[in-house]
Design a protein around this ligand. Structure first.
Ligand SMILES: [Zn+2]
Ligand SMILES: [Zn+2]
Length: 364
């Protein structure tokens, strides 16, 4: 039991203020492992042991069996039970689940910080208690921090991109309405894909990890794995940092998450490091292989077929779009949309023909 202000040990302190910093405290604001703490009668030092979910006395107020004085939980003198190390009595809490830290924003960023810089602390907290529902809300919050800016960015990008082009071929009103609807639809898709993909992926990896751990002879509840993985998501918040996050940061931040997840899980489940590392990496490698196969055999062939078709249409009808920047997927897909819309002959502006690029790009 440490002072929440300065960290001073509050064992055997009869007063209700910290001797070091003067901060007030009461035993009931702490949580302990059951039977890890002795609660002593202030009159005769008769010991009692807390047995409820917070390791506190039940009932909170009673008559001392030795001196018959009235004992109140909050006025008793506390010390670690014999044989229990001082740092092993606290029921650590994940900041996200700790109402003493403050409001939801403070708790969120405290947990993000812990996930990034001291995951072992979260692991300790999970050793005492795991609440899958709270961890899930934390995961949803992290995904929101990442998804909402990217959805807003998508709306802005789709609304502003026609202005960067060499001029719209449509009349203002309908084009704007189209663009707004397209961008809202796109933003919803971005949001949904972040939430669904994020949670489903996380659940799948957690499930696979629990399975692999079992194959290694460690029976770790799925709930513990899920909470460990969710509370390790702190580094992923950095994806929301404009420009830096999603383009440069995805891979290092994901690796950071993997490292944090391994540390938390090893602590929370008391499993040796190598088993945890193997169990976390195995599903990721499998997932990577599946995604690569999916792209190679399912996504890419229709995409390249569509590009070829677009190029053929482009050569049949002279079109107005500029050459897409090489290697820029967004520009390519925009160009493709522009191409489909500008198929009617009245949309063609003479003298701006540029069809060489798509052909050379798709030439085998
Ligand atoms: Zn203090
Ligand atoms: Zn007593």
């Amino acid at each position: 039991m440490k002072c929440k202000g300065c960290g001073y040990s509050l064992w055997n302190v009869p007063g209700r203020t910290c001797p070091e910093c003067g901060r007030g405290f009461v035993p009931s604001e702490f949580e302990f492992r059951a039977n890890a703490v002795e609660f002593c009668c202030p009159g005769c030092m008769q010991q009692y042991y807390g047995s409820d979910a917070q390791g506190l006395l039940v009932p909170r107020s009673f008559e001392c069996v030795r001196c018959h004085a009235r004992c109140e939980l909050d006025s008793m003198i506390l010390r670690a039970a014999p044989g229990v190390p001082d740092d092993a009595v606290e029921l650590h809490r994940v900041a996200w689940e700790d109402p003493l830290i403050g409001g939801v924003v403070r708790r969120f960023f405290a947990t993000v910080r812990d996930g990034m810089t001291r995951p072992s602390r979260i692991g300790d907290a999970l050793r005492g208690d795991v609440v899958a529902r709270k961890a899930t809300w934390y995961a949803v919050s992290v995904l929101s921090v990442v998804a909402i800016p990217s959805a807003v960015g998508f709306v802005l990008l789709t609304l502003l991109s026609p202005m960067w082009g060499s001029g719209s071929t449509r009349s203002g009103g309908s084009a704007l309405r189209m663009a707004v609807w397209e961008s809202i639809g796109g933003a919803c898709a971005v949001l949904a894909s972040w939430y669904i993909l994020g949670l489903v992926l996380l659940a799948f990896i957690a499930w696979m990890t629990a399975l692999t751990l079992r194959m290694c002879g460690e029976r770790v509840p799925w709930k513990v794995v899920w909470c460990s993985f969710s509370y390790a998501l702190g580094p992923i918040v950095m994806v929301a940092v404009p420009c830096l996050g999603i383009y440069c940061g995805s891979i290092p931040l994901s690796m950071w998450w993997v490292a944090a997840a391994c540390i938390i899980l090893a602590r929370a489940a008391s499993v040796t490091a190598w088993k945890v590392i193997v169990s976390v990496l195995a599903p990721l490698v499998l997932l990577g292989a599946v995604v690569t196969a999916l792209f190679a055999f399912v996504v890419f062939p229709p995409f390249s077929a569509a590009m070829t078709a677009a190029a053929q249409v482009g050569s049949a009808n002279a079109t107005t779009f500029g050459p897409p920047a090489p290697g820029d997927e967004a520009a390519e897909s925009d160009a493709e949309i522009g191409l489909d819309e500008s198929v009617p002959v009245d949309a063609v502006a003479p003298g701006q023909v540029d069809i060489t690029d798509p052909i050379t790009k798709d030439a085998p």
